[in-house]
Design a protein around this ligand. Structure first.
Ligand code: AMO
Length: 430
């Protein structure tokens, strides 16, 4: 039988109505002549009340052998109740055990969670714990909000290849794949394709996996992650920072609207940021950090502890803009007034780099020059450079790490918690 309602939609207004519910036995409370069965589905938990002598005999006897996590289908009548969870209970007229469950290898009920490695080993079981599945319901709503905001600003969604032949973000971090008779790579980002597409589709976005063969094993790096990318024609870095602000704010607003009650149960509060976000230059960031005792040489990236200090100081999302040109990838446009620095930015939230972007070089000779300066061979970029001969518009864009955004939104310390099946240096299964 198919469910007629999700547990969360069984409200006191349905008093007296018959419903069909499906899900798993979360818990059973046995009071002798009365049993309370808590039924969990993706959206919540509801109480089933079975009274001896009142419930059909078959239902009563079945409850004797019911165990936690058995998958069940229930037909029953809703009753508004002052004492039950969410003000309702359901009196079953039928219960069908669809599949029995063995004892679980990890605890999903207690207040102390199993260590993360073991949880990930048993990920599908781990997701039975409501807080853990909530993370992925939030993720789905986050990508929906991102899509809607970008559609609203004239972007269309595109899909570019993940098996490619040229490095886009620097050579060292590529996974090689055997592609029939030749070697290919897994895409580190959709960078070159999204730029090429501005010459026809103008405003594009993509939400897709990106692959980095980075060896670091940190709490905020993975070897496969979801990158949210945009690219906009006839635009510069300021324009796309504005788009990024809208995207971030819409995400916070949406998650707050849909999940604030559920998240509050876990002490997670969503603070919606205001536009425009603070913008500090790379030089200003170095000055501020130097005053706090952290010396960074001009030309080096701002390290994680530097981002943390700045986030502590501002306590809100902020941009660092105008990075040294040499720090950024070859396609980044230098400032006309000072080519040592670039029309680039990073978005930082909660001490984490969430997104980075820039205006791009759109003049072929300059792009060839930039490739050469980084020791890259322009001949390897021929199919990309060709596009620049036929009316390549000025353009700008950014890439955002979806999992990093979820980490700060849901205040999780480890990126693996917000990824269904993370891929890191040591994890290729499940
Ligand atoms: P960048 O390399 O900074 O820029 O990546 C963009 C964003 O992706 C996230 N990210 C990661 N998340 C998890 N694990 C990783 N290993 C990882 N690496 C990156 C970060 C980062 O800010 N093409 C450019 C973007 C652009 O200019 O449009 C790019 O890839 O949140």
């Amino acid at each position: 039988p198919r469910k007629t309602h999700w547990t969360k939609d069984v409200t006191p207004e349905l008093d007296g109505k018959e419903v069909i519910l499906t899900g798993w036995v979360w818990d059973i409370r046995d009071l002798g002549n009365i049993k309370f069965i808590l039924l969990r589905d993706r959206e919540g938990i509801i109480q089933l009340t079975v009274k001896k002598g009142v419930a059909p005999e078959g239902v009563w006897s079945l409850t004797q052998s019911l165990g936690r996590e058995d998958a069940i289908a229930v037909k029953g009548v809703v009753k508004a109740s002052k004492i039950a969870r969410a003000g309702v209970e359901v009196f079953p007229s039928e219960i069908h055990v669809v599949a029995k469950s063995k004892a679980l290898p990890i605890d999903i009920w207690g207040s102390v969670e199993t260590d993360l490695d073991t949880r990930l080993k048993y990920r599908s079981i781990d997701l039975k714990r409501p807080i853990n599945s909530l993370i992925f319901r939030v993720e789905s709503e986050v990508t929906r909000a991102i899509r809607e905001t970008l559609y609203g600003r004239g972007f269309i969604e595109v899909f570019t290849p993940k098996i490619i032949v040229t490095s886009t973000e620097g050579g060292a971090e590529l996974f090689t794949v055997q592609y029939f008779e030749r070697a290919a790579y897994l895409a580190q980002s959709p960078q070159l394709y999204k730029e090429e597409l501005t010459a026809s589709l103008e405003r594009v976005f993509e939400i897709a996996p990106a692959y980095r063969a980075e060896k670091h094993n940190t709490n905020y790096h993975l070897n496969e992650f979801i990158s949210v990318d945009i690219e906009e024609a006839f635009a510069n870095y300021m324009d796309v920072m504005d788009v990024l602000e809208d995207v971030i704010i819409s995400v916070y607003e949406r998650v707050n609207k849909v999940f604030s009650n559920e998240l509050a149960k876990y002490g997670i509060e969503i603070k919606i940021p205001k536009k425009p976000f603070r913008r500090i230059t790379y030089d200003e960031a170095l000055d501020m950090l130097s005053r706090r005792g952290l010396k960074i040489n001009w030309g080096d990236d701002v390290p994680k502890n530097g981002l943390e200090l700045l986030s502590e100081e501002f306590n809100e999302p902020f941009f660092i803009i105008h990075f040294p040109t040499d720090l950024r990838a070859f396609y980044t446009k230098p400032l006309d007034s000072d080519p040592k620095i670039s029309e680039s930015f990073d978005l930082v939230i909660g001490g984490l780099e969430i997104a980075s972007g820039s205006s791009r070089i759109h003049i072929k000779e300059q792009l060839i020059e930039a490739l050469r300066k980084r020791g890259l061979n322009p001949e390897n970029f021929e199919s990309h450079l060709m596009v620049y001969d036929y009316g390549m518009p000025p353009h700008a864009g950014w890439g955002m790490g979806l999992y990093r955004l979820l980490m700060v939104l849901l205040k999780r310390d480890n990126i693996r918690e917000v990824v269904l099946y993370p891929r890191d240096r040591f994890r290729l299964e499940p």
